[in-house]
Design a binder for this molecule. Structure first.
Ligand SMILES: Cc1cc2nc3c(=O)[nH]c(=O)nc-3n(C[C@H](O)[C@H](O)[C@H](O)COP(=O)(O)O)c2cc1C
Length: 205
């Protein structure tokens, strides 16, 4: 697959088959994540790879406790609207998160330009460049993945459970597995709608 096809079809995949993802595949994903640029090439990122069933179940329980009440209304099975289908899918994603065979939390040390006087802009731009690389690598390797911020549902508990120190910020929680469904196509605005030429607001080509 060329890079353009990967970018055109890199949708969020939230339904995975339970088959495990081999360790070498997960390590390859992290390898490609770490090919990303970083502020001053400091590479302050870290990647927490989670596959143990007990940790996946713990994460599911954390999500259900935090998000469950917001998902209390279950759409009727005969409601085939997009909203109902999406709500059912999202509910399944949360309530069956433990069945997804792996997830990776991308993290970055808040230490650029220095540990003593860090500017958080740099850590965010660094961790999300690596995160997007990881998502594209997953797509190219036939894995389903999604950029999520699920850890934010209860970040203190996530930090405590996995032993993540306070000087590292959490970028994304990326569920990973072989997809149940299909990828893409993306629903995105055409580039022409978001381009300005030479001056802000000038849409003339
Ligand atoms: C900053 C950010 C936070 C996101 N957080 C979540 C999340 O917590 N849960 C989730 O399921 N998806 C999350 N997403 C994924 C978006 O919902 C998804 O990329 C968007 O709806 C476009 O859908 P697509 O990727 O399938 O094309 C997040 C995406 C971004 C960029």
């Amino acid at each position: 697959m060329d890079i353009f096809e990967a970018m055109e079809t890199c949708r969020s995949i939230r339904r995975m088959r339970p088959d495990p993802v081999p360790d070498e595949v997960l390590e390859k994903l992290v390898h490609y994540a770490t090919r990303a640029p970083s502020a001053g090439n400091t590479q302050l990122w870290r990647f927490l790879v989670v596959t143990d069933q007990r940790d996946r179940t713990w994460f599911r329980d954390m999500l259900v406790d935090a998000v469950g009440p917001r998902l209390a209304t279950i759409p009727a099975e005969d409601d085939h609207s997009d909203a109902a289908r999406n709500a059912r899918r999202y509910r399944r994603f949360i309530f069956e998160f433990d069945k997804i065979p792996a997830f990776i939390i991308t993290a970055v040390e808040n230490a650029f330009p220095s540990k003593e006087n860090p500017d958080p802009q740099f850590m965010w731009s660094t961790v999300y460049a690596a995160t997007q690389n990881l998502l594209l690598a997953a797509r190219a390797m036939g894995l389903g993945a999604a950029m999520t911020t699920n850890h934010l549902e209860n970040e203190p508990a996530v930090r405590q459970h996995f032993g993540i120190p306070e000087d590292f910020a959490l970028g994304a929680t990326i569920p990973l597995g072989y997809p149940e469904g299909r990828y893409g196509p993306l629903t995105r605005r055409p580039a022409g709608e978001v381009i300005f030429r030479d001056r802000w607001g000038n849409t003339a080509a």
